[in-house]
Design a protein around this ligand. Structure first.
Ligand SMILES: CC(=O)SCCNC(=O)CCNC(=O)[C@H](O)C(C)(C)COP(=O)(O)OP(=O)(O)OC[C@H]1O[C@@H](n2cnc3c(N)ncnc32)[C@H](O)[C@@H]1OP(=O)(O)O
Ligand SMILES: N[C@@H](CCO)C(=O)O
Length: 337
């Protein structure tokens, strides 16, 4: 790995993620585009949006074919910060070979328009795919390979249904084809916490509920047994800390909008049977939020899907924390036949 050098004008110390990224230092900066200037975006809820601001990262030289990364619920477009095992020379997303694009989703709070700019929004994952399509048009991209995990995996399914003409192949990691009552129930409890205690306290509880679904009993037994502070269970202070961390970097309106979009994405089996392109679906052995059997059953609804399982004790977030052989699997699949 080659360390990147920062332009002289910037004197902040490099973050670890920046040191590890061996591509063009200019790729580390987010870009913005204002889309839907001449014709509005018609949302599934019936509202029309014009001049939609989208913040995104690209890695590598611009090409007509791209690899589009779809981030998770509280993730963002800075792939180099949260997926270093996947992005870089010799990795599945290789900027020396590929044009990699990742945009912050509509409805989020990382630079793309969301509730903070637009007010309360009833959004769908298909709306987000349409915004992504407009961004690809803006960049001159005509074909994409799509890869997403968690909410990004659900969004990958939305791309397959909404933009079948653009998608060449797709990787779905740790995501079902639609939310189960269990997943909707967890999000409903999180939203109830936000509505019961607006202004921050509710968002912190929402994150605590969600974190439990992102880990597993075995993972917490391995990492959070005992106490850090006398008289306080380690897992209790861990969850409190995770709530504080999310409050510092996220927005409760976005949490409501994005979890609502995930819950309302309920494609029919017959729609999924029309997806013709090759799809690699990855389940996670200890995932409590989206159990591997459910993810596998979703893959079986697609005519041209392969299923692989990541073996980890760390639950849903293993794709971030304990990726094991996943990068190699993804790379082999993205290369194509
Ligand atoms: C496809 C996508 O888009 S994914 C998007 C990626 N998402 C993000 O990057 C944002 C969300 N982040 C995460 O979800 C998590 O940080 C993960 C999954 C990346 C990593 O999870 P973890 O290994 O639990 O690490 P996490 O950073 O959450 O927790 C460790 C922190 O908790 C603290 N901590 C650990 N145990 C305790 C405890 N018992 N009490 C208090 N604090 C604790 C650690 O000191 C550490 O603090 P720091 O963050 O200030 O360094
Ligand atoms: N840790 C992920 C969870 C969903 O994968 C996030 O916060 O977005």
């Amino acid at each position: 790995m080659t360390a990147v050098s920062r332009p002289a004008a910037l004197t902040l110390p490099l973050q670890d993620s920046e040191r590890c990224f061996s591509g063009n230092p200019a790729d580390l900066k987010p870009k913005t585009a204002v889309l839907f200037r001449t014709a509005p975006l018609l949302l599934d809820c019936g509202r029309a949006l014009s001049d939609v601001r989208v913040a995104y990262h690209t890695y590598g030289e611009r090409q007509k074919e791209a690899t589009l990364v779809l981030h998770a619920l509280t993730g963002n477009s800075a792939v180099h910060e949260w997926w270093p095992e996947f992005l870089g020379e010799g990795r599945p997303l290789d900027p020396s070979r590929d044009f990699v694009v990742c945009a912050n989703v509509l409805g989020g709070c990382a630079g793309t328009d969301g509730p903070a700019e637009l007010g309360d929004l009833a959004l769908s994952l298909r709306d987000m795919a349409r915004v992504g399509r407009a961004l690809l048009d803006h960049l001159g991209v005509q074909r994409v390979r799509v890869i997403g995990a968690s909410m990004g995996g659900l969004l990958a399914y939305a791309w397959l249904l909404e933009c079948p003409d653009l998608v060449e192949r797709a990787v779905v990691i740790g995501a079902p084809v639609r939310h189960s009552p269990w997943a909707v129930g967890l999000n409903s409890a999180a939203r109830a916490a936000i509505r019961a205690a607006p202004g921050g306290a509710g968002l912190k509880v929402a994150r605590q509920i969600a974190m439990l679904s992102y880990r597993s009993p075995q993972s917490l037994a391995a990492t959070q047994s005992g106490q850090r502070t006398p008289g306080v269970h380690a897992v209790t202070s861990y969850l409190e800390y995770q709530g504080e961390k999310l409050l510092a970097r996220f927005n409760e309106g976005s949490y409501l909008a994005l979890t609502g979009a995930m819950d309302h994405f309920q494609p029919e089996d017959a729609e999924l049977a029309c997806v013709r392109v090759p799809v690699l679906v990855v389940g996670i052995s200890s995932d409590l939020l989206y159990p591997a059997a459910e993810v596998r059953a979703g893959a079986a609804l697609l005519p041209n899907a392969a299923y692989w399982e990541l073996d980890s004790i760390h639950g849903h977030d293993a794709f971030l924390m304990d990726a094991g052989g996943l990068p190699e699997r993804v790379e082999a699949f993205l290369k194509g036949p």
